[in-house]
Design a protein around this ligand. Sequence first.
Ligand code: HEM
Length: 389
Amino acid sequence: MQRFSQSPTDPAFVQNPYPFYDRLRTAGDLAWWDDYAMPCAASHRAVHAILRDRRFGREVPPEMAPTIPDHLDAFYKVEAHSMLELEPPLHTRLRGLVLRAFTSRRIKDLSPEITALTHEKIDTFPTGAPFDILTTFCQPIPVIVIARLLGVPDDMAPQLLRWSNAMVAMYQASRTRATEDAAARAAADFSDFLRRYIDTRRNDPRDDLITHLIAAEEEGEKLSTDELITTCILLLNAGHEATVHTLGNGIKTLLETGTQQIDDQAVEEILRHDPPLHMFTRYAYEEVVLHGHTFRRGDQVALLLAAANRDPDQWPDAHRFDPTRPVTQNTSFGGGLHFCVGAPLARLELQIALPILWNRCPKLRIAEPPVYANTFHFHGLERLMVQTS
Ligand code: HEM
């Protein structure tokens, strides 16, 4: 297996990781990434296959469980019940309960609210002056939608965003002790808030996700209060972060390429071409020989979702943004058991918000060269300064 060295915090890589992904992919289905000290999959066929291979999973094998330092206790107390960090049977139970309360009809019913919210946010845009569309449009829409779906008041949205950003920073290559302290504090405060909020909802049920999940909790052994709290935090965190940056990256690309026709096909191309989450890892649970490499139990493999999406074997001229490209399955939402629960909601938000934005602001243009934040494995802009005239 060929070895590659590439710092994930190198500014040139952060701004454009795709040339490095090309180098990895030309070396074969698996290449060794020195900086992560693990093999990584960059071809579409390898990423697609490993995501679905039950001999690999996200849950840390028990014999490898790390000792949690005291200062991170609150953070990992929340993570311990996250379906994203678990495999069957725990994963099946938690995911099943969420899916039961998160039906496609329920998602579709959000369309009028997403439409109204999109217009409301566009109404606040300044005329004739540059502004950051990331904070005025891309952030508030997904945060408010997921908060409403769960049943958390709109005015909590900025606080949810702060907690969420602090927790999610734990997964960035640039993580420091300060990041860890902030994440643990956010996890503790977020949990306290939800514990109190869930108690209020118990006595005042509504037609929202928290009430549905409480019902599942009260049906018996199905969902403990700690699991309920973690599930709400996971939905709130996962429910906006990636959508915010798909909107940001998408608006940037649409403006840079002068695209006018924004339909469902263009949304799929946005998701394929410059997704917000670039890498997830898996543990091998047994000895597996794959693409000439032998994985032992506990070995990790990195799946480069954004590299798979630029595989020329799957998409001709893969680096080109082509909104008329026939839609075939990209890996931006993952695949297999952990396939994104929120994919239908994220798609709906993008399919509603972007065409309205283009209709209402036909002269929208970039006012300042956009810069990606140094937050690998996330890939999103620091800000996106635009102007409507
Ligand atoms: C464009 C926006 C989004 C993208 C690109 C995205 C991407 C992903 C990916 C790649 C995974 C799988 C990670 C892995 O396999 O290791 C995932 C899982 C997940 N996503 Fe999303 N997501 C988005 C929006 C959302 C939304 C809106 C929600 C919630 C409402 C959500 C909730 C979740 C949850 C709960 C999981 C864990 C599923 C499981 O472990 O079974 N995501 N997402």
